[in-house]
Design a protein around this ligand. Structure first.
Ligand code: NAD
Ligand code: ZN
Length: 348
């Protein structure tokens, strides 16, 4: 399945299917003088003799989040320059969201910008197929240095997902769950039905595609994150604090954050989300829901208040449901929010 972006200009295709990497890449690489591959080392180790055997002399980079720092980035850029990269070269970035973010940032700055293609290899990275955000981390926080820079294409070869560890499947699925909720109650219901016994990655492609389309619709409405794009942060306000404190994968924390957002929506907006169903589903599939019972609400508040994106004076901006289908950004007084989180702890 091919999805085309619908920006005003600089559009690109997102190719999503199994076993498409080599064929699809060939339709792009011929246009360039030279092609450079930046590949997550864990991915390269698994696929170097199979799917990736056609790649000669790749730049194999440190796997995952540890690549999103200036020093490994600089090293890779020096290597690219040493091997003669030109403005008319193509960079192909193969890895999860972290490699995609850092590789995309390299493409945006080396020689003041060369074309790049992202090949996502995790379930979570369906989220970065759209939106054009590239970033690395600072000692002051995650994703604080970066650029908006769109790829020339995204080639999402779903065969890579076969080797994904269980905890990364659960993490990526957190964003699939979020996108289904943002899409419609109907799609969400379908997703829950399809995964009621287990999260089988082979069942997910239709939902991954819907997730990408949902994010695209929201991003198109608001590319620079002043209005509705904030809705993509559903579940993220508490998630960032939980993720930081308990060191669990991002998408797993998002799942816990979604429970909190639904509870807050019920409390403050009178929605009637069935919390027990969500909690039961998540516990059954192995999400660490118990952390919501054990969390230190004071510490969570401190961490949320440090996040300048959502903190202003005595208020925290929280993404909640106004009704079953409509989201809103609600400024919640910090004392009130802490009271609600304490009540949620009792409720779990
Ligand atoms: P990741 O890239 O860190 O990958 C997670 C782990 O899985 C790593 O250890 C990696 O080496 C390994 N891995 C990757 N593919 C594999 C495969 N096919 N088989 C086995 N192991 C594999 O993490 P992620 O969850 O994909 O992405 C998280 C990052 O993405 C964060 O840095 C986040 O900020 C970023 N992100 C960016 C956007 C965006 O719009 N740009 C959106 C969402 C997330
Ligand atoms: Zn997220």
């Amino acid at each position: 399945m091919d999805i085309s972006t619908a920006y005003k200009d600089n559009n690109y295709k997102i190719h999503v299917a199994r076993d498409i990497l080599r064929d699809r890449l060939e339709t792009y690489t011929g246009r360039y003088e030279s092609v450079y591959y930046i590949i997550d080392e864990n991915v390269y180790d698994i696929y170097k003799e199979t799917k990736l055997s056609f790649i000669k002399s790749p730049l194999v980079v440190t796997g995952g989040e540890s690549f999103k720092y200036v020093s490994p980035l600089m090293h890779t850029m020096e290597e690219l320059l040493a091997s003669g990269i030109k403005r008319n070269s193509l960079i192909v970035v193969i890895g999860g969201g972290a490699t995609g973010d850092a590789g995309g940032f390299i493409a945006s700055i080396v020689l003041r910008g060369v074309d790049y293609i992202h090949v996502p290899t995790t379930l979570l990275a369906h989220d970065s197929a759209i939106g054009g955000k590239t970033a690395i981390n600072s000692e002051h926080g995650k994703n604080l240095i970066g650029a908006f820079y769109r790829p020339k294409a995204v080639i999402y070869d779903l065969e890579f997902l076969d080797s994904l560890p269980e905890s990364e499947v659960l993490s990526g699925f957190g964003e699939v769950y979020k996108h289904a909720m943002l899409n419609s109650p109907g799609l969400f219901e379908e997703l829950v039905q399809a995964t009621s016994d287990s999260i089988d990655v082979s069942m997910l492609p239709p939902f991954i595609i819907k997730g990408i389309e949902t994010k695209m619709k929201i991003v198109l409405e608001d590319e620079h994150e002043s209005g509705s794009r904030k809705f993509l942060n559903l579940g993220h306000t508490l998630a960032h604090a939980v993720e930081y404190k308990y060191k669990i994968p991002h998408g797993q924390a998002v799942m816990l954050g979604i429970i909190a957002a639904l509870y807050i929506s019920n409390e403050l907006n009178g929605t009637d989300f069935n919390l027990d169903e969500h909690i039961g589903y998540m516990s059954r599939h192995g999400y660490p829901v118990n952390l919501l019972r054990e969390m230190d609400t004071g510490e969570m508040m401190q961490l949320m208040m440090k996040d300048k994106k959502n903190h202003r004076n005595d208020y925290i901006s929280y993404i909640v449901f106004k009704d079953k289908q409509t989201l809103e950004v609600k400024d919640i007084n910090t004392a009130n929010l802490e009271k609600i989180l304490k009540a949620l702890k009792e409720r779990i």
